[in-house]
Design a protein around this ligand. Structure first.
Ligand SMILES: NC(=O)c1ccc[n+]([C@@H]2O[C@H](COP(=O)([O-])OP(=O)(O)OC[C@H]3O[C@@H](n4cnc5c(N)ncnc54)[C@H](OP(=O)(O)O)[C@@H]3O)[C@@H](O)[C@H]2O)c1
Length: 287
């Protein structure tokens, strides 16, 4: 397949940036060039020659989605806009890759398999679940369920590295358990499914490796970077957000079962290996 037949939507986000770097010949747009919430713009766009749309666009501000304005924005981008993309994909026989989230579940039924019924706790998760339903209606689709995405942009690893540089010993949530998903891994998964013409459908799509809490991940980040003097204090999600308004409920269990993806011949990378590489690159940038 020619890379020019691939179109990346939401191209400036964490995943969009990684996809653009990998598929350097692909066409792409972010909200400035193509606002996917605008049905008319999406339908009148020139899709000729496009065989695959990679949808990396989303409203990802989980707490922002709980506000009056954010609720509308989240539903627009994560649900209505996704229906717009699904519609044009069906019209033009384009394959749609869409990224979903562990937040479509309440985190109580682990490991999460692809056929678990939706049980989102907050507005972000509800809007993402609605997007999944829209995509599932068209035959040529892949829905990839990611967790805790780390790439080029604002993310947990960068936040913790920033605190460490300032000499802050943080208090970190220890009762949310999951795995990081590096955008490099998501790109490898997308490329694998596309190249191998894997059966259409929903796939859990995270790195492999031991499950860990955010606090444990922080200790590993500090150990890799050599911040030996800093300590990480465990707290619970409830304690961490106590007294703060407008906080979205979070699923505590984000263990995604990777066996369906692996049955397609994909070998997942351990998140700790990708974390080492990520931190090494971050250090190069700082130097
Ligand atoms: N981040 C996580 O921890 C996480 C976890 C699980 C799943 N996911 C899913 O993984 C996918 C990628 O996440 P990410 O972290 O790469 O997201 P991100 O960095 O927030 O990027 C999303 C991109 O979509 C763009 N966008 C927003 N509204 C748009 C619109 N109306 N039309 C076109 N583009 C629009 C954003 O532009 P602006 O910045 O200008 O708004 C941004 O460039 C998303 O589907 C997300 O739900 C993320």
């Amino acid at each position: 397949m020619k890379e020019s037949s691939i179109f990346i939507v939401g191209a400036n986000g964490q995943l969009g940036t990684a996809l653009r770097a990998h598929y350097s010949g692909a066409q792409y747009a972010d909200v400035g060039e193509l606002d996917i919430t605008n049905r008319e713009s999406v339908e009148s766009f020139d899709w000729s020659g496009i065989e695959v749309i990679l949808n990396a666009a989303a409203f990802t501000n989980v707490d922002g989605a709980e506000t009056a304005e954010g609720r509308i924005a989240a539903w627009n981008v994560n649900a209505s806009a996704v229906a717009n993309l699904a519609r044009v994909c069906q019209m033009h026989e384009i394959t749609l890759f869409h990224i979903s989230s562990d937040y479509v579940f309440d985190g109580m039924h682990e490991p999460h398999t692809e056929d678990e019924p939706f049980s989102p706790l907050g507005v972000y998760g509800q809007s993402k679940a609605a997007g999944d339903i829209a995509v599932s209606l068209i035959p040529q689709h892949y829905i990839l369920r990611a967790t805790w995405v780390i790439g080029e942009g604002k993310n947990f690893v960068r936040t913790m590295l920033g605190l460490a540089e300032k000499g802050v010993s943080p208090t970190v949530v220890a009762d949310q358990i999951g795995r990081l998903t590096f955008t490099s891994e998501l790109v490898r998964i997308i490329d694998h499914l596309l190249t191998n013409k894997a059966p259409f459908g929903t796939y859990n799509a995270t790195n492999s490796g031991n499950l860990a809490s955010w606090a444990e991940i922080t200790r590993i980040i500090f150990s890799i970077t050599g911040y030996k003097d800093l300590t990480v204090t465990d707290t619970s999600t409830a304690e961490y957000f106590a007294g703060k308004d407008g906080i979205a409920p979070r699923p505590l269990g984000s263990n995604m079962d990777l066996s369906k993806l692996q049955s397609t011949g994909f070998t997942s990378r351990d998140w700790k290996e990708d974390l080492q590489d990520y931190i090494a690159k971050e250090k190069e940038t700082i130097i």
